[in-house]
Design a protein around this ligand. Structure first.
Ligand SMILES: [Mn+2]
Length: 286
């Protein structure tokens, strides 16, 4: 029986043409999960966020580092960077509506039916899924609460501590939580994070390697790590396949086994040429 699917989609980063091509390849859907960084760096952040806002009832979306930065720009807290592509979005007459909605999105999404947890970047190996949900809830309350601007200002005032044990106060703890959920890649076995694109030395592991060595529960959908690329494993769906870098935009159908992938070639999408979706079934090996 054919039914409308639930799909998890990697980092769009304002590549709306590629997203539209992906959606037409998917056809009807029940839910779309977005692993964060829906906007910025790509050319069409305005169209992407306007679409997401209108489609919000069918969307499950977690915040990425670029989304959080864009919210900070909109709030007048963060300064512009050269690599930003947010000008048209920030000037949109509906920008307040869009960003108020984005500000209320969670850092972690846990479904009632499907066994996946979704975050943008990572989960800490010392946190059980329930602990992680609690940390994400603490952040979401701060970002939704009436002192949300003060929360964002303090967030950017200092670097995140590299280890949970090094957090000296609640501001440090919030910086650490945000860094894990939205930026983390490399971590040492002792829980010390690098917060850099590249591993400083061979003692650093991909965060998920440490996570799965410590946590027996929980399968994770994430994005953020384009240089690592697409990974489809029993407990890991890493979906940032580098669309904004001219590689692919990936959707994974997560409500059926085996997990089916649909990909759009983003170089073709940016050139506006004929788009041929590449669909394949990949067994989520047991
Ligand atoms: Mn990211």
């Amino acid at each position: 029986m054919a039914s409308k699917g639930t799909y998890a989609i990697g980092d769009v980063q304002g590549c709306f043409t590629a997203l539209q091509a992906l959606l037409s390849a998917l056809g009807e859907y029940r839910e779309l999960w977005f692993a964060g960084d829906v906007i910025n760096r790509g050319a069409q952040s305005q169209a992407t966020l306007a679409w997401a806002y209108d489609e919000q009832d069918a969307l499950r979306l977690v915040l990425g580092n670029h989304d959080l930065y864009a919210i900070s720009r909109w709030a007048g807290i963060a300064k512009a960077k050269k690599s930003d592509t947010l000008a048209a979005l920030l000037a949109d007459r509906r920008a307040d509506e869009y960003f108020q909605w984005l500000r209320e999105r969670p850092f972690l999404y846990q479904d009632v039916e499907l066994p996946w947890l979704m975050v943008h970047a990572a989960l800490d190996a010392d946190w059980s899924p329930a602990d992680a949900a609690g940390h994400a809830e603490t952040l979401q309350q701060a970002l939704r609460g009436k002192n949300w601007k003060a929360f964002l200002r303090r967030l950017w005032e200092a670097e995140a501590p590299h280890r949970w044990q090094d957090c000296r106060n609640e501001d440090d703890a919030q910086r650490f939580r945000v860094a894990v959920f939205t930026r983390a890649r490399w971590v040492r076995e002792d829980g010390y994070y690098a917060w850099t694109n590249e591993a400083p030395d061979a003692s650093f592991l991909p965060w998920h390697q440490r996570y799965f060595a410590h946590q027996d529960e929980g399968a994770i959908v994430c994005g953020h790590w384009a240089t690592q690329g697409l990974r489809v494993e029993e407990r890991l769906l890493a979906l940032d396949s580098g669309c904004v870098w001219g590689r692919q935009l990936t959707a994974a159908r997560i409500d059926q086994h085996p997990i089916a992938l649909t990909q759009i070639d983003c170089r073709a999408a940016s050139l506006g040429s004929l788009l041929t979706p590449n669909q394949q079934d990949i067994a989520a090996h047991a």
